[in-house]
Design a protein around this ligand. Structure first.
Ligand SMILES: CC(C)(COP(=O)(O)OP(=O)(O)OC[C@H]1O[C@@H](n2cnc3c(N)ncnc32)[C@H](O)[C@@H]1O)[C@@H](O)C(=O)NCCC(=O)NCCS
Ligand SMILES: Nc1ncnc2c1ncn2[C@@H]1O[C@H](COP(=O)(O)OP(=O)(O)OP(=O)(O)O)[C@@H](O)[C@H]1O
Length: 193
């Protein structure tokens, strides 16, 4: 089975590309969603986050996302500590998910494929690229976050140039090139691998 890692900055269109792959029959593991599920349900993560940030990091509704975001996107050291708590659990969970898949291709979508080390467990790294300003505009249109908050998240991630250099394949979601034909080409290319 070929495992594809889909990455790209905030607002690049990873989720759109992941949906197009899913519609083409490729099962996709969405790391943002699964990591949130694990953060709410794994006793190991809960214990470690509570030890680091105190009891208020969880509320009756689950993880206090706003509080965690305000810690990690303002403090690179805390970002690293939290990543070291959450990412090994996500990695284990993803490996177990892969074991259950029976299709010739599967994928993981993660904005931080390289930063998290998930790139080591995939065969092909795919970057979805869009210029920074377009990504900010898309994220502003979708989320309730401010421009400043979005820029802080961008600054918590490696640059687009580094992502491009480290990826095996790039899809351009820059409002100039259509996505669906590019995903079709990618699937043909994957068949030739
Ligand atoms: C801080 C949290 C609670 C904020 O939740 P929120 O719903 O506001 O944002 P969401 O999870 O949808 O993330 C939106 C974007 O933020 C960026 N982002 C999220 N986590 C990280 C991180 N650890 N490092 C860099 N960027 C990140 C990504 O671009 C992501 O697509 C959440 O992102 C989180 O728990 N992050 C730590 C776990 C993690 O690393 N998740 C990423 C995939 S494993
Ligand atoms: N080609 C496009 N044309 C118009 N809108 C688009 C296009 N690509 C993405 N969008 C929109 O931009 C926003 C961001 O896209 P998407 O959620 O796929 O990005 P993402 O890379 O998954 O971002 P994040 O890392 O924040 O989850 C969404 O509202 C999406 O519908």
């Amino acid at each position: 089975m070929i495992k594809i890692g889909i990455t790209g900055g905030i607002g690049s269109g990873k989720s759109v590309v992941a949906s197009l792959l899913a519609l083409s029959g490729v099962p996709v593991y969405i790391a943002d969603e699964e990591s949130k599920w694990l953060t709410n349900n794994s006793p190991v993560i809960r214990e470690k986050l509570t030890a680091l940030f105190g009891l208020e990091i969880y509320t009756n509704e689950g993880l206090n996302k706003k509080l965690l975001a305000s810690h990690i996107f303002n403090n690179p050291e805390q970002l690293q500590q939290v990543n070291q708590i959450i990412h090994p659990e996500v990695n284990r969970h993803f490996s177990a998910w892969v074991e259950r898949q029976t299709s010739p291709l599967c994928a993981i979508e993660s904005a931080i494929l390289f930063e998290s080390g998930f790139y080591k467990v995939v065969d092909i790294s795919l970057m979805v690229y869009a210029p920074r300003e377009l990504r900010i505009e898309r994220a502003l249109g979708r989320d309730s976050a401010s421009r400043e908050e979005i820029e802080r998240r961008i600054n918590s991630q490696i640059s687009d140039e580094e992502k491009k250099d480290r990826s095996d394949y790039v899809i351009y979601n820059d409002n100039r090139q259509a996505l669906i034909p590019q995903v079709g080409k990618l699937l043909c290319w994957l068949q030739s691998q």
